[in-house]
Design a protein around this ligand. Structure first.
Ligand code: SAM
Length: 285
C-alpha cells in the first residue's frame, strides 16, 4: 500500500482541498521520491531546514524527524490549518504564511541562529512551485545567504539548464550564475505519476552545494552577469555581434580589440565561453 497516497487523499477529503493550479500545487505521492529527497539532503540534528511550499506536509513530516528545526514558508493560507493540526506536537516546526519571494531570508536566518546557537548548517529542501522556480533559485543564490545546500524538485527542462556545465548543450545565461555560486548534482528524474494532480512536465530532483570559495576571481561580478545576460539575449548571433547590438561593446572595432586581446575567437557563440572568459571580459569595464 502507498501510505503517502492514502494520506494525501484523506487530508484532501477531510479539509476539502482541491489543488490550486495557479499556485503550482502538485502534491508528491511517491515514497521513493520523498526518501530520495530526504536522503540526498543529508540532514543532521544541527541543521535548520527551510522548506518552501510545504503544501499538505508530505515532505515536512520526514524533515521534522531528521532536522533540528524546520521553517516552512507557504503562501496558501488553506494549508495553514492542515499543517498546524498535523505538526502540533513537533517543537521544531515553524510555519510562515507568506510569499517566499517577499521574505527577508537573510534576516530570518540571522534571527534563528541567534535564538538557537545549536544550529550549524542551513539547508533548503523543497518541491518547488514550478511557475516561479527560476526567481526562487536566483533569490536563494544571489542574496548570498549562508546556505550549505539547496535540494529541490523542479521541472526537468529547467533543471538541465541550471546544472549544465557552461559549454554543454543546455547552457543558458542562468547556467553561469548557478555554476558561479554552486556545484550541482543531478539526483533523480521523476515521472509525472509521482504527483497528484500530475504536472504536464517531467520533473527532476537536483542538489546545489553552495561553494565556500568563488570558482573564479572576479572584480566586477554584476558587470559579468550583465554581459552574460546580454550575450544570451541574442544567443543565435556571435558573441561579438550580440555584445555590440546590446551596447556592451561601444562598437565592433572596440569589441574585436577586446576579444583579440583575450584570445577569444571573433566567431564564437555565447555558450562557447567559460565563466573565466566572461570574468575576463568584464574586467575591461
Ligand atoms: N511540498 C508539497 C509536496 O511536495 O507535496 C507541495 C509542493 S507544490 C509543488 C508547491 C507548493 O508551493 C504549494 O503548496 C503552493 O501553495 C506553494 N507556493 C506557491 N507559491 C508560493 C510562494 N510564492 N511562496 C511560498 N509557497 C508557495
Amino acid at each position: 500500500m502507498n501510505t503517502i497516497l492514502e494520506e494525501t487523499k484523506f487530508i484532501m477529503n477531510k479539509y476539502h482541498i482541491k489543488a490550486n493550479k495557479s499556485l503550482g500545487q502538485n502534491f508528491l505521492i511517491s515514497e521513493e521520491v520523498v526518501q530520495t529527497i530526504v536522503e540526498s539532503s543529508e540532514i543532521k540534528k544541527e541543521d535548520l531546514i527551510i522548506e518552501i511550499g510545504p503544501g499538505l506536509g508530505t515532505l515536512t513530516q520526514f524533515l521534522l524527524q531528521e532536522a533540528g528545526k524546520v521553517i516552512c514558508i507557504e503562501l496558501d493560507s488553506k494549508m495553514n490549518d492542515i499543517l498546524k493540526d498535523r505538526f502540533l506536537l513537533y517543537k521544531n516546526f515553524e510555519l510562515m504564511n507568506q510569499d517566499v519571494l517577499k521574505v527577508d531570508l537573510k534576516k530570518l536566518i540571522a534571527e534563528e541562529k541567534e535564538k538557537n546557537p545549536a544550529i550549524k548548517n542551513i539547508k533548503i529542501v523543497a518541491n518547488l512551485p514550478y511557475y516561479i522556480t527560476t526567481p526562487i533559485i536566483m533569490k536563494l543564490l544571489e542574496e548570498e545567504l549562508p546556505l550549505e545546500s539547496i535540494t529541490v524538485m523542479i521541472q526537468k527542462e529547467v533543471a538541465d539548464r541550471l546544472i549544465a556545465i557552461p559549454g554543454e548543450k543546455e547552457t543558458g545565461a542562468i547556467t553561469y550564475s548557478v555554476y558561479y555560486y554552486a556545484q550541482s548534482q543531478d539526483i533523480l528524474e521523476v515521472p509525472n505519476h509521482s504527483f497528484i494532480p500530475e504536472p504536464e512536465v517531467t520533473s527532476k530532483v537536483i542538489k546545489l552545494n553552495i561553494r565556500k570559495t568563488p570558482i573564479v576571481e572576479i572584480e566586477k561580478k554584476d558587470k559579468m552577469f550583465q554581459i552574460i545576460k546580454c550575450a544570451f539575449m541574442q544567443r543565435r548571433k556571435t558573441l561579438l555581434n550580440a555584445l555590440v547590438n546590446t551596447k556592451i561593446f561601444e562598437n565592433k572595432e572596440k569589441g574585436m580589440q577586446i576579444l583579440e586581446k583575450l584570445n577569444i575567437g571573433l566567431n564564437v557563440r555565447p555558450e562557447n565561453l567559460t565563466l573565466e572568459d566572461y570574468a575576463k571580459i568584464s574586467n575591461f569595464f
